[in-house]
Design a binder for this molecule. Structure first.
Ligand code: DAH
Length: 340
């Protein structure tokens, strides 16, 4: 038989439990500690269960008094546990917000976006102007055959004009055909006319290659834009008008002159100079498409006539931006490129 228990004893125990619970819950520093307290206070083997166990030894009238008090205490403790857990969560959140605070006024490292290379923007501008005049873009391969680069352009084997352009030759292709890096964009004229019946109005931008030593005005790789117009009744005045309209739109009012020249695929031929920094600078070759070129393509040269031009992109770019050395366009020096 266990020792007698009085109502006062149990009530005092419950009061003590209440004070202690309040103190320890307030001191708990995390959810694990709170769970430990919950088990110790309200669990099956916890302090409250011990009081309720002893209750059986009270009289039938006293038991409900302790039972009621115990129930109130249980709810109280559950409430305290919940509140403490919530306030710990809130504190953790505030602490984290404080720690991860972003100072939007702090100075930052500005990384500028990339920009167009001046050669690319020059090509785009040239092509845009011709597009505005009704020309379409046409393109051809950089690796060409002797036929398209020379023969079809009225430059037969051993013709002295081949010496005008020192060529990079490649090993023959699988078909045994001689291959080379195109020395100009003019072969695109032939490829276009072969695939499309006249009339034609095209611009063909691209890279070209020549065995030139590098200096301030020469590079073995450079860029051209080819222009071709073929229609009924075109004559030199159309060529001149088109070139003048283009140059005016690109450069504004720079002085321009046409000089008689020679190209095997045009007759008559001319070179065009613009005056820049007190000197005449050649920017393109042009002329009326030689009837022999058209006949070679099976095009009736009595009916169709046209003009063609080849523009040196680097020259246009250098005049536009006041660049005095072509090598600057290829050395990828950011201090230079960032200016455009
Ligand atoms: N293909 C010539 C060259 O690279 C430039 C040229 C001259 C192109 C006259 C033409 C033209 O279309 O009519 O030197």
């Amino acid at each position: 038989m266990s020792a007698a228990v009085s109502l006062q004893d149990l009530t005092a125990q419950l009061e003590e439990l209440e004070r202690e619970a309040a103190r320890s819950i307030a001191a708990a520093d995390g959810s694990a500690a709170l769970e430990e307290l919950r088990v110790g206070l309200l669990g099956k083997k916890g302090r409250l269960s011990a009081v309720l166990g002893a209750m059986g030894r009270l009289s039938a009238e006293e038991r409900p008094l302790v039972g009621q008090r115990a129930n109130v205490l249980k709810e109280q403790v559950q409430g305290l546990l919940h509140e403490r857990l919530e306030s710990l969560k809130q504190a953790a959140l505030s602490e984290r917000l404080e720690r991860e605070r972003l100072d939007v006024t702090a100075p930052c490292r500005y990384v500028p976006p990339g920009q167009r290379h001046p050669l690319i923007s020059t090509i785009e501008e040239i092509v845009d102007i011709f597009a505005g005049l009704g020309y379409r873009v046409s393109e051809g391969p950089e690796i060409e055959s002797d036929h398209y680069n020379f023969t079809a352009l009225n430059i037969p084997p051993h013709h002295p004009a081949r010496d005008m352009q020192d060529t990079f030759y490649l090993a023959p292709g699988a078909d045994g055909q001689e291959r080379l890096l195109r020395t100009h964009t003019s072969p695109v004229q032939i490829r276009h006319l072969e695939a499309n019946p006249p009339p034609a109005r095209i611009v063909a931008p691209g890279r070209v290659f020549r065995r030139d030593a590098v200096d301030a005005t020469h590079s073995p790789v450079f860029h051209q834009v080819e222009v071709l117009a073929l229609d009924e009744g075109l004559d030199f005045s159309h060529l001149r008008g088109t070139v003048m309209a283009f140059l005016k739109q690109f450069f504004g009012d720079l002085p321009v002159r046409f000089r008689a020249s020679y190209f095997p695929f045009t007759e008559p031929s001319a070179e065009v100079d613009v005056q820049w920094r007190g000197r005449w600078l050649e920017v393109m070759g042009c002329g009326m498409v030689d009837p022999a070129v058209l006949e070679g393509l099976g095009i009736d040269s009595e009916r169709w006539s046209g003009f063609a031009a080849g523009l040196g992109v680097e020259r246009f770019c250098m005049v536009r931006h006041g660049i005095d050395d072509i090598r600057r366009l290829y050395t990828s020096d950011l201090r230079f490129l960032e200016q455009f």
